[in-house]
Write a protein that binds this ligand. Structure first.
Ligand SMILES: Nc1ncnc2c1ncn2[C@@H]1O[C@H](COP(=O)(O)OP(=O)(O)O)[C@@H](O)[C@H]1O
Ligand SMILES: [Mg+2]
Length: 226
């Protein structure tokens, strides 16, 4: 379970990116995090991966207290939380295969186990045939799949997807959302930041809405009566 209590994040510039957020997200949930640009979505994700710490408040994931977590435990935390970054962060001078292999090697997988795992996640996201291409040779949807594959590499319990459909057409967006739902159906908690009202209005999931760093709405969508 992910738990935030009265979490505020002020950046050194004086910007309050998140203000007094209290919420919990249960294991296995699929949650949308919505709100206009600048509302604090990416900051929320950065707090969950300990890329930054809150100015005040408490955050935990399972038994981990993220405020007190010693630096040496951060790699373990990050193996348990796969991130699909808003800007993907795929290395341009490495193939898709190498991009997924790289964190596994750093994360102490043997070359043989890493190779096996890369193959598995490439199959899971459906881009095996593109594995030897470089990022610039892939379409937007294929790049998202590659970033999702890398996020899956350590079989995390949680995936944070930061606007994964932001640059995609409608049909491709739905394919990516279906892939995330498929991953969720196997037990992985998914938090997807998005502005895509078409997707949010159609999926009937929990929707957490941020505005200027404040939690303004937290509701489970139900089908509308016609
Ligand atoms: N590293 C940073 N330093 C200073 N301000 C930041 C930083 N990152 C984000 N912000 C500010 O925090 C607010 C929330 O940003 P962000 O979390 O990126 O929102 P979103 O992902 O919803 O667009 C914005 O006002 C943004 O300018
Ligand atoms: Mg963002």
């Amino acid at each position: 379970m992910i738990k935030l209590e009265n979490v505020t994040k002020k950046y050194l510039t004086g910007n309050t990116a998140l203000s007094n957020i209290t919420l919990t997200i249960n294991r296995g949930d699929f949650v949308f995090l919505v709100g206009p640009s600048g509302s604090g979505k990416t900051t929320f994700f950065r707090l969950l991966t300990r890329q930054t710490i809150p100015t005040s408040g408490y955050i935990s994931i399972g038994d981990w207290d993220l405020v007190k977590l010693p630096n040496k435990k951060i790699p373990n935390l990050r193996k348990n939380i796969g991130v699909v970054f808003q800007d993907l962060k795929l290395l341009r001078d490495r193939t898709i295969y190498e991009n997924i292999m790289f964190p596994l090697e750093v994360g102490n997988f043997s070359p043989k186990d890493a190779a096996k795992r890369v193959q598995e996640v490439l199959e899971q996201v459906g881009i095996v045939e593109h594995k030897d291409k470089f990022p610039l040779q892939l379409s937007g949807g294929e790049l998202q799949r590659a970033a999702i594959a890398r996020a899956l590499a350590f079989s995390p319990e949680i995936i944070l997807a930061d606007e994964p459909t932001g640059n995609l057409d409608n049909a491709t967006s739905w394919e990516i959302v279906k892939l995330l739902q498929d991953i969720n159906s196997k037990g992985t908690t998914i938090i997807m930041a998005t502005h895509d009202t078409n997707i949010v209005d159609n999926l009937l999931k929990r929707v957490i809405t941020l505005e200027k760093g404040k939690l303004v709405k937290d509701e489970v969508r139900h089908a509308k009566h016609k």
